[in-house]
Write a protein that binds this ligand. Sequence first.
Ligand code: GDP
Length: 191
Amino acid sequence: LFAGETDFLKGVVAMNGLPDADRAEVCFAGRSNVGKSSLINALTGRKALARASNTPGRTQEINFFTVGPDHYLVDLPGYGYANAPVAVVEKWQKLLKQYLSGRASLRRAFMLIDSRHGVKPVDEEIMKLLDTSAVTFQVVMTKADKVKEKDREPMLKQVRTALARHPAAYPEIILTSSEKGWGIGTLRSVI
Ligand code: GDP
């Protein structure tokens, strides 16, 4: 992934809106407010490509971005949104399950975890879904600048312990801060 080669393609609300699975793609998942938009903007080098806000009307969309001519980057809607109506959550979960279990071109999921909060039960749910869908996932810690250096190792330990329970987890964790630019180059090269 190179800065500047990414463009917004479309927002998808149902399976029949997905683009053809003819390009390798990676997706980004995480709780709402985890820093997903900021990370995608930092990765792509485009300030407002992914919206750095939680517009409630857009919480159910799967956003597709083209990366050069041959790849997609997929921004999954944030989950665990406080006060989301049950019907909205259910519709979202159904779409997410369908996407994760049926997307042949999906090469890896990046699971974003807030460095201050660690792995939460809602994250575990998504990880289980990735296990059963046999989608390899890699954890990206966000907002690392918000955690004191001495608190980083205990947090990573909690995450490693959680990952050990998931067969689809890739063991290497990437520590990032969109604000400081930490880990962005590493994540680009992994993608
Ligand atoms: P999203 O809901 O997951 O897309 O999260 P956003 O990207 O909108 O970020 C949520 C909030 O966290 C915003 O106020 C961001 O400015 C802030 N934020 C995101 N990334 C970082 C980071 O790396 N460091 C710090 N300090 N704040 C961040």
